[in-house]
Design a protein around this ligand. Structure first.
Ligand SMILES: Cc1ncc(COP(=O)(O)O)c(C=O)c1O
Length: 369
């Protein structure tokens, strides 16, 4: 009998087989144009993405990390400020704060959504607090109404890290459009990913949009007039053209992710493993399908032996990283620390299809760990 193929944790080759013709056409259009940085494709994509989210402005940048950094910079965050965020995230959320010279203040997460526990925000607010930076982790929205309430009450800015949540909704409205600024990554494995690095900053505030536009392009207000010290962080024309092809499919792909997540849930409900939840206010887009169990390492090894790749997002919280020794306030994060020791991301992406989920689900049901 032929050996079963490996189920990869992400498989972009399959996606390319589906959309390759359109991608090749888009790439060749850019090559024929002879224009590669800040041209028509970026302008069109910015318009299409802002239309998709229902915001006024979108500015393409080099990565999600730069999107976060430029957002905080544009808001004037500096070394006197504290920014409230989570430790259970990709490290670049916190890096953006530190790159501005500000101090990250970590709040614990909810045990079910793994997103910021909004009821713990108030105890971390000080006179230096300037902003809240929640993360819509794994594609599940944060409880945004509470965050907006605290922001109003304490006059704080809100920057949404929506790097894992393209198309996710909070009470029927797309995330990224709630805060003063929203930030997205287009890293290839994201729900909307390009074929290299890319990111975008979105906002309804025209002055902030102008600031980001300058900051991403050497601080220029017009050619060779540098009003502020900026950086070079621009989405390029090739990536924008690729993203335009993929944006048209995002809703269908997210729908498939949701169906596959539902199927996983049906298969795994009889087990003792803790499964992802979708809160009443949320439309989850399952960037990751994260389960939790105390024998996480055993299950990961068992799946690997049986040809299934898995990942851990993330095994070490930010406050336990060497780079963050003595940085910021990391008191009282027990839920974060337990999650990091017990979570496992199972394969979930549109081209995995029901067969793939079925195989992984059956393996887990038959596991003795
Ligand atoms: C939650 C979160 N924030 C920020 C980033 C940074 O995005 P990028 O890799 O595009 O710099 C990522 C990407 O992995 C992310 O998942």
């Amino acid at each position: 009998m032929a050996a079963k193929t490996t189920i990869r944790s992400v498989d972009l080759n399959r996606e390319f087989r589906e959309i390759g013709a359109d991608i090749n056409e888009a790439i060749s259009r850019v090559l024929r144009s002879g224009w590669f940085v800040l041209g028509n494709e970026v302008a069109q994509f910015e318009q299409e993405f802002s239309g998709y989210l229902g915001v006024k402005h979108a500015l393409g940048v080099n990565s999600g990390s730069d999107a976060l950094f430029l957002a905080l910079k544009a808001l004037g965050i500096d070394k006197t400020d504290e920014v409230i965020t989570v430790s259970h995230t990709m490290v670049s959320t916190a890096d953006a704060i530190v790159r501005c010279g500000a101090t990250p203040v970590f709040v614990d997460i909810e045990p079910d959504t793994y997103c910021m526990d909004v009821e713990r925000i108030e105890e971390k607010i000080t006179e230096r607090t300037k902003a809240i930076l929640p993360v819509h982790l794994y594609g599940h929205p944060v409880e945004l109404d509470r965050i907006t309430q605290f922001a109003r009450r304490y006059e704080l800015l809100v920057v949404e890290d929506a790097c894992q949540a393209h198309g996710a909704e909070y009470k029927g409205k797309k995330v990224g459009s709630f805060g003063d600024i929203g930030c997205f990554s287009f890293y290839p494995t994201k729900n909307l990913g390009c074929y290299g690095d890319g990111g975008i900053v979105v906002t309804n505030d025209s002055d902030l949009a102008k600031n980001v536009e300058m900051l991403r392009n050497y601080g220029q207000s017009q050619r060779y007039h540098h009003d502020v010290v900026g950086i070079n962080s621009r989405l390029d024309e090739l990536q924008a053209a690729i993203l335009r092809v993929k944006l048209r499919r995002l809703d269908v792909w997210n729908k498939t992710r949701r169906e596959l997540a539902k199927y996983y849930t049906e298969l795994l409900e009889p087990t003792d493993i803790k499964l992802p939840v979708e809160k009443g206010y949320a439309k989850h887009v399952y960037h990751q399908f994260v389960v939790q169990l105390s024998q996480r390492n055993e299950l990961q090894r068992y799946l690997k032996r049986n040809g299934v790749q898995t990942q851990i997002h993330y095994p070490i919280p930010v406050h336990k990283q060497k780079a963050y020794e003595g940085v910021g306030d990391s008191a009282n994060l027990p839920v974060t620390e337990i999650a990091c020791a017990e979570i496992l991301s199972l394969p979930l992406y549109p081209s995995l299809a029901f067969d793939g989920v079925s195989r992984v689900g059956e393996l887990i049901r038959n596991a003795s760990c």
